[in-house]
Design a protein. Structure first.
Lengths: 267, 267
C-alpha cells in the first residue's frame, strides 16, 4: 500500500480537483495562503515541525503541493526547532531562481521521510499528449516560429529562466520572466505595429529542463487563450506531457471561440 | 591612404558626430529614413545599384552605417538590376534575427568591394573601458545580480536574442527583445512589489556574441539612465568596449543626479 496522500493546498481550482479525486487524502494548508479547498488543516510555515508532526500522526507518507507554491511572509521570531534547522537552506535558495527554492523545499520534505509527488501523477489527464487540441491548423510560419521559440527556451534552460516565449515571423517579441504569462503577453500585445511588420506569431509554453514538475509545473487555461488572442498571436503551443491544461474543456472551447490554435508538441 | 569614408546616415546624434569628425566623408542617406545630418545625398533602397555607383564615383572605399539601420518599406516594382540580384538574400535574412539581416547587408556591401567599418572605429571614445563610470558603488548584491544577468545573456547569445537583462535579488525581471531597452525597462518597473520583494537590482546591457558591431552596436545614453531609475533599479552595467555611450557627459551627469550607478565590465 502506497500510504496516505497529503495535499498541501494553495489557491485555484487544481487542489480542489485533487481533493475530490482522492477523498481519503489529508487536506493541509499554510496560514496566510488562501485555498478554495474546504476543511483544510492550516499550519504556520514558521511551525513547519508542527506540520510534519501532524502529517505523520495522520499517516501521510506522500505529499502533493497543489496550486503553485506561494511565498508567504516569514516571521523568524516564531520559528520552531525544525524550522530553525531548515531555514538557512531555504534562505540560501531564495537567492536563486524558483527552481532552486522549490528544490530546497522538496529536499526538506524528503529529509523528513515524505515522498513528494506531482499533481499530474495524481491526475494524469492534467497534461496533454502531443497533437492538435483546438482551433485552426497552424501555418507553416507558425511552425517555424514555434521551432524558434523552443530553441530560445532551450537556450535559457541552463540559467533557470523562461517558461514561455513569443515569436512572430522569426522575431522574439517576449520572454516570460518572474511576472508570468499574462504580464508578458500584455507586453507582447503592446509591440508597435512597425516592429511587428504584420506577423502574427505564437506563444510557446514549456517547462524548463531542470524544472521539478512535482512542485512547479507550468499551466495554461482559458485565461491564457484569451491573453494569447489579445496579444494578437495566432496560437498557443504547449510542451506535451509537461504543461498542465487547467479546465481543459473550457480552454478548448475558448480557443475555438476566439480562433486561436492550441497544440501540444515535444520540445 | 585608406580611401574616402562614406557615411550612411540614419537618425539620432551619432551620424552627426561622425560627419563632424570626418568632414571629408561622403554623406549618404536612404529615402524615407530621416537623418539629422545635413547635405546628405539620399538614395532609394530599391535603387541600391545607384547608391553603389554614386559611392564609387565619389571615391568611397569604406562605409560606416550610423544611427541604427532602419527597415524602410520596400517597393519591389522599383528594384534596379542590382537590387533584383541581392533581394533574395536580404528577404531570406529577414526571417532570422537582426544579426542575420545585418550580416546579409554587410555581405552585400562587401561583395560590391566596400569595406564596412563600425562607428566605434571612427570614434573610439564611443565605447567605455572596464571600470566605474558614475554614481554610487554597486553593492555586493548588485554584483551578484550583474553576474547572473551576464549569465542569462550569454545563454541567449547562440539564439540571437537579448541585448539586455534585468536581475534583482537573483530573480530575472526582464529580457530585452525586439521592443528595445525602454520598453523592457517599463515592463520591469511594473513588476508587482510582492514579486520583487524589496530587491533593487541591475540592468545589464551587452552585445550578443555573434553581433556585428560594425552595424549594430548596443547603445546607452541619458534616457537609458532615466529608464533604469524609473524601473527602480540601482544601476546600469554595460559591456566594456562593446556598448556605445552616447552623450557621455550628459549620461554621467544623469547618473550622478539620479543616484544610479553606471559601470562597464567585461562579459
Amino acid at each position: 500500500m502506497a500510504g496516505r496522500l497529503g495535499i498541501l493546498a494553495c489557491g485555484g481550482a487544481l487542489p480542489v480537483r485533487i481533493a475530490e479525486a482522492v477523498p481519503e487524502a489529508m487536506r493541509l494548508a499554510l496560514e496566510g495562503v488562501p485555498t478554495e479547498v474546504e476543511d483544510v488543516e492550516a499550519h504556520r510555515i514558521e511551525k513547519i515541525g508542527g506540520l510534519f508532526d501532524a502529517m505523520r500522526a495522520g499517516g501521510v507518507t506522500r505529499v502533493v503541493f497543489a496550486g503553485g507554491l506561494a511565498r508567504p511572509p516569514l516571521d523568524p521570531t516564531q520559528f520552531d526547532a525544525t524550522m530553525m534547522q531548515v531555514a538557512p537552506r531555504l534562505m540560501g535558495a531564495l537567492q536563486g531562481g524558483d527552481d532552486a527554492l522549490l528544490r530546497a523545499v522538496i529536499d526538506v520534505f524528503e529529509d523528513q521521510g515524505f515522498e513528494v509527488i506531482g499533481a499530474h501523477e495524481v491526475l494524469p489527464d492534467l497534461v496533454a499528449k502531443a497533437g492538435h487540441l483546438a482551433g485552426p491548423e497552424p501555418s507553416a510560419q507558425d511552425l517555424r516560429d514555434t521551432e524558434r521559440a523552443f530553441d530560445i527556451l532551450s537556450a535559457l534552460s541552463p540559467v533557470d529562466v523562461g517558461q514561455g516565449c513569443a515569436v512572430a515571423g522569426g522575431l522574439c517579441l517576449g520572454i516570460e520572466t518572474l511576472q508570468g504569462t499574462d504580464a508578458i503577453l500584455r507586453f507582447v500585445g503592446e509591440t508597435p505595429e512597425a516592429l511587428r511588420r504584420g506577423q502574427t506569431g505564437v506563444y510557446v509554453k514549456a517547462a524548463k529542463r531542470g524544472q521539478d514538475l512535482r512542485v512547479d509545473m507550468p499551466a495554461v487555461g482559458p485565461a491564457t487563450i484569451e491573453a494569447v488572442s489579445a496579444a494578437g498571436l495566432a496560437g498557443l503551443v504547449i510542451e506535451a506531457g509537461r504543461v498542465m491544461v487547467l479546465e481543459r474543456e473550457a480552454t478548448v472551447a475558448k480557443a475555438e471561440a476566439l480562433g486561436v490554435f492550441l497544440t501540444a508538441r515535444d520540445a
